[in-house]
Design a protein around this ligand. Sequence first.
Ligand code: ASP
Length: 441
Amino acid sequence: MSYTAQRLWRRYRSVPIIYRIAAAFILGSVVGIVVGKPAASLQPLGDLFVRLLKMVIVPIVVFTLIMAARNLSPKNLGKIGVEVVALYLLTTMVAIAIGLGISNLIDPGVGIELAKNANVNAEKAPPLGKVLLGIVPENPIHAMAEGQMLGVIFFSLIFGIGLTVVRDEAEPGSKLDDGVSAIFDAVEVGTEVMFKVVWGVMEYGVIGVFALMAALFGQTGIGAIVSLLKLCASLAIAIAIHISVVYLLIIMLGLVGKSPVDFLRGGKDAMMTALSIRSSSGTLPVTMSNADENLGVDEEVYSFSLPLGATVNMDGTAMYLGIAAIFTANVVGKSLTLAEQLSVLLTALLASIGTAGVPGASLIMMSVVFTQVGLPLSAIAMVAGVDPLLDRMRTMNNVTGDLAVTTLVAKWNDAIDFTTGVWADAPADVGGVASSPTTDD
Ligand code: ASP
């Protein structure tokens, strides 16, 4: 390779992958609009991207969920742990329900039509009871082979929790104890490997997304843009409702007499950091410092709840998975029945637990939800183009959710100091606490 080519290549690689994918999305769309129908011949290049995504779904779910279960040992959870986990699950479920409700109203995706060969599973929708029963696989290997993602997720979580129970019961240093550590270490390596593979797939995704967008716009013309704008609007509205109603209600009712605005002031550094770096895990140090210094939460609570939240509590992510499912169903002209939407809710809830707190992680978990309800993975290319924007909103919601639950559980357990931080200098603090210097601002 010549020196100039090498420099160009290095420059290209130095741009974060998601921005390269966004650029491919725009370029592909323009090519599709300009070239028209012949651009559909690029479809096979896009299909290759879809096959690569399908290849990584099952291993990534198995590895990430066993890893997520590592912190969920029944023995170590204790009262605070159980409260935190229960609230995390409850708020995530509400988030998905809001997302599904808003997207059912706005109907993003109507007006776009995927290439005819997009793989839609047109099987008759299963009844509600079957969806719930389907969470428990009769045969986990069969569930993996068939892409029954709810079953795979359930089994992986149960297996991970089983490992933690064996670890808790084993003599320290015994063969069993060492064995469990070895399995967790191997799973950690497996997770790392799969993430490397995923980023490799994403490198090809630049070509894949370009091809899929060119083929799509070649068929639908410019009208698809309106639909994508509706997708963005659905997420923005759902997040606004979730933060302003659910979290602030938690704060108002749970922290009797405390202003939700003060809570937002206390968490604003974490929210801004999440908006700019698009990673809950990367934001964790700021989230912890906000909980400690601004919100006066005891270390005993936040040192458990926030690292756990950064990996398992993803309200914005889960909500988006639901919205993306409705969007894609509309794109392929399939209307999701109530039972299918429940299936989306359950899969998105469980998949969000296994979503890593890193930029763009939703795109992988989206393939899990789509597989569960038989939606085509090629739709992921469509939403990938707007992901750099949507990821910011999701991540901001994710860390706000961690902080809201942490603050409430701290209040329940008398582990919060209302004489410091934002509570102390609150102008309208009905708690009537004397003013003291705040660490905020
Ligand atoms: N970027 C998100 C986070 O770190 C995950 C995602 O939704 O992609 O929380």
